[in-house]
Design a protein around this ligand. Structure first.
Ligand SMILES: C[S@@+](CC[C@H](N)C(=O)[O-])C[C@H]1O[C@@H](n2cnc3c(N)ncnc32)[C@H](O)[C@@H]1O
Length: 251
């Protein structure tokens, strides 16, 4: 079934969707006073949301003793960037080299190709966000960073545009880049392949690669890109029991 919001197939059952809707409504109608809402936000975090937090917590522990930046390919609303910023604040608040860089069109998919198959039902423009959302997200991550040490040093970047062009341009402008963690979540073939090709010379032993759609029949393009650029048999692809879809490989 398609949702009007992002076009993609949603696998949740109707009762799951009804409960999620009720939780959202409960959040919108919260009786908590403003100055206590953030401290109690766990009231509204479902097991599914928590699973994602825990997954990234486990992965963050794997990079804490490695050098380099974190890159996310496919940011959308930016929750992962916010979580990772908070984790940097907890685990390594003075590591100014651990920049967190997110790439997105902020206007949805760009570059759907034959490799993406017919199942996903998405088109260029699917998974778009609201107008000028990147400015809102920039401000939000800035607020998180401001709560942690050395806030005067900017440690995050949002790069807007088609990744096929923006990632090589970013790396040309930042040849010093070493990638400690790369999160692949463009869903589709062309930008994923471009990202893999661009960052390959910037990876090191110990880099953690995270995949949101590996082995996923709805979005086969990600797996094809990984196969073509890295070769699946060069990776030990692992997963964690708490997260249904995400996998990772440590180089
Ligand atoms: C599934 S969403 C990312 C979700 C996000 N990582 C999360 O966990 O909430 C996929 C994102 O990839 C972006 N995207 C797709 N094709 C792109 C391209 N060619 N260049 C840049 N971004 C692209 C879309 O705009 C969309 O925001």
């Amino acid at each position: 079934m398609k949702t009007q919001k992002h076009d993609a197939i949603v696998l949740s059952s109707q009762s799951e969707k009804d409960i999620q809707k009720a939780l959202t409504q409960a959040l919108k109608e919260t009786p908590l006073p403003d100055d206590e809402l953030l401290a109690n936000i766990g009231l509204y975090a479902s097991s599914k949301s928590l699973a994602r937090f825990f997954f990234f917590y486990e992965l963050y522990k794997k990079i804490v003793n490695t050098h380099g930046v974190i890159m996310e390919f496919g940011v959308r609303w930016g929750q992962n960037l916010a979580l990772l910023s908070a984790m940097r604040g907890i685990f390594e608040p003075f590591n100014r080299h651990r920049k967190i860089i997110g790439f997105d069109t902020f206007a949805g998919f760009k570059g759907m190709a034959a490799e993406d198959g017919d199942l996903c039902k998405t088109v260029d423009g699917s998974f778009s966000v609201t107008e000028n959302y990147e400015a809102y997200l920039d401000k939000l991550i800035g607020l998180h960073d401001a709560l942690n040490p050395i806030p005067h040093l900017r440690k995050y970047e949002l790069v807007k545009g088609d990744a096929v062009e923006t990632i090589p341009a970013y790396l040309k402008a930042h040849p010093e880049t070493v990638v400690s963690m790369a999160i692949f979540d463009f869903d589709i073939y062309k930008p994923t392949k471009a990202a893999l090709e661009a960052i390959k010379p910037h990876l090191m032993k110990g880099s953690v690669l995270v995949f949101d759609e590996l082995c996923d029949d709805i979005f086969p393009g990600e797996t094809i890109a990984v196969r073509e650029v890295l070769g699946l048999n060069n990776l030990r692809v692992e997963r964690m029991p708490m997260a249904a879809r995400i996998s990772y490989a440590v180089l």
